[in-house]
Design a protein around this ligand. Sequence first.
Ligand code: FRU
Length: 512
Amino acid sequence: TAGGVRTRSAYHFQPAKNWQNDPNGPMYHNGLYHFFYQYNPDGVTWGNGNLSWGHSVSVDLVNWFALDAALQPSRSFDANGCWSGSATILPDGSPVMLYTGIDARGDQVQNVAFPKNASDPLLVEWVKPEYNPVIPVPADIKRDDFRDPSTAWLGADGLWRIAVAARVHDVGGATLIYRSKDFLRWERNADPLYLAHAAGMVECPDLFPVSEPGVEVGLPASGAGARHVLKMSVMDTVQDYYVVGRYDDTADTFVPEDDDDCRSWRRLDYGHVYASKSFFDPSKNRRVLWGWANESDSVSDDLVRGWSGVQTVPRKIWLDEDGKQLRQWPVEEIETLRSKRVNLLIPEVNAGGVNEIIGVMGTQADVEVVFEVPALEHADVLEPNWLLDPQSLCGEKGASVPGSVGPFGLLVMASGDMQEHTAVFFRVFRQNDKYKVLMCTDLSRSSTRDGVYKPPYGAFVDMDIEAHGGIISLRTLVDHSVVESFGGGGRTCITARVYPEHAENGNSHLYV
Ligand code: FRU
C-alpha cells in the first residue's frame, strides 16, 4: 500500500479516517480541552458541500477521545457546509461557537451555535438557533469571500467584537470587525481591522494579546492595553503570516509595527502549515496554537490510505524578548510521551561527521540537540540577496554542500543505506560583524518515491548566535510522516510531511 499504517502519525492529532483541514473552535472548558476541525465524514478529499466539525476531547492535549461531529450541514443557513469558526467562553463560563455556513444558495454566512446541554461535560450536542444566519454577506463582498469568524472579545463599551475574513473588490484582503451585545445582532465597523492591499482573499484571522516581551504567560482575548498579534492565512501563497502591532480598541483598527505588505510578515511555520488558530488556556495561563499540515503526496495515495491531513502538535506561543517575533514550543504535556531517554554527548563533530543515535525508534522520536559552534568567525560571507529567499538558499546549499560553519543538524527518517533521509540543519553566515543563522528542512532525499512534494524549506533564525555564546538548539518531533522542527528555542518552526519508502517495512535511523 502507499503506507496507510506506517505513515499514520502516532501523536499528532488525526481522526480515525477521512479528510481533515482547519482547526476549529479549540477551547478549554470545565477541565477538558475541546478540539474541533474541518472534517469530511464521507471521504478522503476536501469534499465540497458536506464539511462538518469533527469533535474530540482531551484532559491533556495529548490523548484524545473522538465524539460525534458537533456541527453538520442541516439547515438552510448551512446546507452546503459548516466551515471554519471559533469558540468564545462567555463570562458565565459557557461556550458559544461562531462558524461560517455555506447556505442553500451557496452564500457564505456567519452562524452561531450553543451547547444543547451546558451541563454535559462533553458538550456533545450543539444547537443552531432558528435566527441564523446572524451575519449575511454584505453587499460589497462577493458571496464566496466572507468567512472564518474569530473568537469574540469584549470592548470597554461592553460590546463583543469578532474579526471575519473577507475580500474587498479592487482593494484586497480584509479583516472586518463586527460588534454585538448579544451574539445575535451584529454591526460592521466601517473601517476594517486591517486591510491587506497586497493580498487577495485572506482566511482564518486571529487577533490576540501577548504579554510583555519574554514573558511566557498567555492572555485571554481582550482589547485592553497589551500588544497584539494579528495572524492571517493568505490564500495566494497558502501561508500563515503574523505581525506584532497596536490594536486600537476604540476604533477597532490594527497597525502593524512592521512592513505593511503582509506577505513579508513573519510566518508561523516555514513548512507545510495553514489555517492555524490559537486559544487561551486558563488552566495553565498560556496561549496554545493549532495548525493544519496537509498531505504532500498524491490524492491517489490519500485514497489508498483512507485519510488526509494532520494537525501540528499544540504549541505554546508567547512574545520573544525582542518584542517582534513569537516563540513556539510543543506544550509540555507532549513530554509525558517520552519513554526511554537516550543521551549522546559528542565532544567534537568533524566536517562530514555523522553520528547515529542508537536505541530510539527512528520513526517516532522527540529529539533535542544543542550545538555549540566554537569558531563563528570562520563563517562564510553572506551575499545580501540571499536574505530575500532563504528557501532557495536551502535548495542551493543543501545538507551535502559543505560550508565553513555548517551544515550541522539532524538526519531523520533515514534508511539504513542513507538513500532516503530528511535533513534538518543550520548553516551560519557572516554579514559584516554579525552572524545570520539559516535553518533548513531539506526534503529532496526524503523519499525515493515519485509524485511526492520534496521541496527545501528554509528561513533565517532571528537570534544573535554570538550573544548566545555560539549556542543554538534544535528540537525535532519525528512522527512517521511528520517532521516538525523548532529552531533556536522555537523562533523558527518548520513542519514537513515525508513519505519514505523504506519505512513501509524497514527501520528508520536517526543521526546527528
Ligand atoms: C481554510 C479554509 C477556510 C474555510 C475552510 C473550509 O483552509 O478555506 O477559509 O472556512 O477552509 O474548509
